[in-house]
Design a protein around this ligand. Structure first.
Ligand SMILES: [Fe+2]
Length: 214
């Protein structure tokens, strides 16, 4: 099989499946490969694309018709589960209200695959992060997978890795079969319960405990 076709197939698989990704060790190897061989070997990555002025607070622009506004926040902890982890880059991206990853055509790097509904944050001294966006729709290309927001994490001095995507409590697609597919919840549940606040914003939380690497 030609290398380009192989890479395309790999990319398609990774992009369309939030749970079919690598172990932390494989991530480490893959990130290393990315630096030395071919940028396309890490089509799920994105933390290295964070803007220089990244902060703990981000916003994904909301355009078009009225949507359910979400504010997702959380705290990242060191491996002890108690000490806040500062300066951790979190990269998130998701589908639009039609269940696709929309693109303008001028995206760079992995924006070509993930689209423009993405954001980066860097945890503050208390380990906090938050981002505002709108509620994504589940895929329109294949049925069954819960609506989700992809999460990647990169702590200072450690390789980037992915977490099982954030899901929303009450989504009927979160079946027992899908619950078995949770590979890395990040130390806390990856299913957030959304609560409508007085400003009509759905508030959700996802806390994260950093992975240990060999
Ligand atoms: Fe996805």
């Amino acid at each position: 099989m030609k290398r380009s076709v192989f890479l395309y197939l790999i990319s398609s698989f990774v992009i369309s499946c939030s749970s079919g990704q690598n172990s932390p060790k494989e991530n480490q190897q893959q990130t290393s490969n990315q630096e030395t061989t071919d940028e396309n070997t890490c089509s799920w990555c994105g933390t290295s694309e964070a803007p220089e002025n990244v902060t703990w607070n981000a916003e994904i622009p909301i355009v078009g018709e009225s949507k359910e506004i979400l504010m997702i926040s959380g705290t990242v902890y060191l491996q002890d589960g108690k000490t806040p982890a500062k300066d951790v880059i979190i990269y998130v991206y998701h589908t639009n209200s039609e269940g696709i990853y929309p693109k303008n055509g001028d995206e760079t790097e992995n924006g070509k695959y993930h689209g423009y509904l993405r954001a980066w944050m860097k945890t503050d001294s208390s380990g906090r992060y938050q981002f505002e966006t709108f509620r994504p729709a589940p895929y329109n290309s294949h049925e069954g997978e819960p609506a989700h927001i992809h999460y990647n994490v990169q702590a200072p001095g450690y390789p980037e890795y992915w977490l099982t995507a954030l899901w929303f409590d009450g989504d009927p697609r979160i079946t027992d079969e899908y619950l078995k597919k949770i590979e890395r919840s990040g130390g806390f549940s990856n299913v957030t319960t959304l609560t409508l606040d007085s400003n009509n914003v759905l508030q959700g939380e996802r806390n994260i405990i950093l992975e240990e690497f060999d």
